[in-house]
Write a protein that binds this ligand. Structure first.
Ligand code: G1P
Length: 292
């Protein structure tokens, strides 16, 4: 029987250079989608998948992330004194319980593989999840939940997969698929980080959710720099796949890359549109703006 996935790593050290000047003083993960930081949606996805401990790999200038997941005593006291019960309840519901968050710093920007490796002591010797906070994944079944379900059946290592435009493979980690093992569950036989379209083994890309065995940390510890001169998680996962089972679960919902301007705006429209309090006004405003 496979061990349960209790811990999730959120690499949040990135500089957000694609989103300057907004990210000069505000971490990109804290930018607002409707009325919540983008990162909160990803933490909620992890919670919905049964994650109990949230590990943030941060960097300089990211202190507000730690504050966001802490108890804001003065704020809560003020809301209570003013009988703002709904706002207070919402804050309390979203706050992780004491002792269920950990923060460590990636001291140098050496890549995603290095960021995940920085969490090795906090994760310890158990399988764990990684969620890339840029990717907001919207579906009735949260992406990580379907991966946890697959993991309970198969064990091993699992990445989330989606199809990209074949011309865009150099933006992603791309996999080669082997046998189909179930509805939307595949064997992964190869992984390449950011290949040119001519070198890509398929157009299925790793879309930002992972379940990995702790053996990955040893491999990351000896991983040489790869694409972009960075220590790539994909390169160590390929080595891991030569030792252990490796699967891909295809995500059928909608993914927004909030690290891009367009993805961020689309996320705001999509998440805003499903909010009953503002939906009619959003539709009205969009119609007026587009003259439709
Ligand atoms: C990272 C991963 C890549 C993955 C992508 C998903 O790349 O290295 O394999 O496909 O996230 O967004 P990054 O976007 O950090 O360059």
């Amino acid at each position: 029987m496979s061990k349960r996935i209790r811990k999730a790593v959120f690499p949040v050290a990135g500089l957000g250079t694609r989103f300057l000047p907004a990210t000069k003083a505000v971490p990109k993960e804290m930018m607002t989608v409707v009325d919540r930081p983008a990162l909160q949606y990803v933490v909620d996805e992890a919670k919905a998948a049964g994650i109990e401990h949230f590990i943030f790999v941060t960097g300089r200038g990211k202190e507000v992330i730690e504050n966001h997941f802490d108890l804001a005593f003065e704020l809560e006291a003020t809301l209570a004194a003013r009988n703002k019960t709904a706002a207070l309840e919402e804050l309390r519901a979203e706050r992780p319980a004491a002792g269920t968050t950990s923060f460590t710093r990636q001291q140098e920007p050496l890549g995603l593989g290095h960021a995940v490796w920085c969490a090795r002591d906090i994760v310890g010797d158990e399988p764990f999840a990684v969620l890339l906070p840029d990717m907001l994944m919207k579906h009735t079944v949260p992406c990580l939940k379907s991966m946890v379900d697959a993991f309970e059946a198969s064990g091993g290592n699992i990445v989330s997969l989606e199809e990209c435009d074949p011309a865009q493979t150099s933006s992603y980690g791309i996999v080669a698929l082997g046998k189909t093992l179930g509805p939307d569950v595949f064997e992964v036989t190869d992984m390449v980080e950011k290949p040119k379209p001519a070198d890509a083994p398929s157009n299925f890309f790793i879309s930002g959710r992972y379940i990995l065995q702790p053996r990955i940390f040893e491999l990351l510890g000896t991983q040489e720099r790869g694409a972009g001169g960075e220590i790539q998680l994909t390169d160590s996962m390929l080595r891991l796949a030569s030792e252990q089972d490796f699967y891909g679960v295809r995500f059928r919902g909608t993914t927004f890359d909030t690290g891009t301007k367009l993805g961020f705006l689309k996320a705001n429209i999509a998440y805003g549109s499903e909010r009953t309090d503002i939906h009619p006004d959003i539709v009205k405003e969009l119609r007026a703006t587009l003259g439709a």
